[in-house]
Design a protein around this ligand. Sequence first.
Ligand code: SF4
Length: 283
Amino acid sequence: CNNFCSYCIVPYLRGREVSRDSGEIIEDINNLVKLGVKQATLLGQNVNSYGNDTNDINFPSLLKKISNETDIKWIKYLSSHPKDFTDELIEVISTEKKVSKWLHLAVQSGSNKILEKMNRKYKIETYIEKVMKLKSLNPELNLTTDIIVGFPGETEADFNDTVDLINTVKFDDAFMYKYNIRENTFAAKELGDDVPEDEKLSRLSKIIDLQRDIKSENKKKRIGSILEVIPEKFSKNSDREILGNSAEDLMVLFQGEEKDFEEILKVKVTQLKGGSLFGEIVD
Ligand code: SF4
């Protein structure tokens, strides 16, 4: 990773960004397709800056190339960085059928002051504008994020900006953390750790509660929709119940049998129970 977010140790441990040759990626995926693989996930700490270090194609073009030159059914990718999330990428996600309508786009904070201290290199207004555009073009989008509370210098007002952000964007899911010092990072050396532990915990608990309600509301809206699903395994509860993963990376449970594992299925979502989506095969 080339980004050096001030709290993160990854660039020191893993070194700089290196993009693989696009031709090799196509070859790998074609080989996987021959083995029966239906879904490929492109993985990088900052996957959407692919190609910035070479004269090869950029990330939106890579998605199109995989779409056109392989028989893979679905393409997923993570993790994307908001600063490299371009209109060109929004267009490709919105128009290429094979590209997943799941986006994990770590926001970290709703406060521009904190984003700057984190060295995240985007403004919150730009982040909101981009994700809202993507959501409006893709109503089925599954938008997930990461959030840190209690970063050095985070005041009540900064935290409230994060609460406002969550209420505005209505993420489908979020990984939420309280700030912990990572040794040898810029934040550890230069920024201190001035938010008291009990305050960090209280802020974390507040956004976890808020996000839990939003997640549930969003999931309820999926009831009645038809998801394309790759069956993954029988559920722990029954050998007639299959746990599948949708094109939007949503998990859904439905009745099925061994032969159902061979294909991508169409599953109609019928209910939300205990936080899990349940459905039935319709095709
Ligand atoms: Fe890179 Fe992600 Fe760490 Fe930032 S948080 S430095 S983008 S790995």
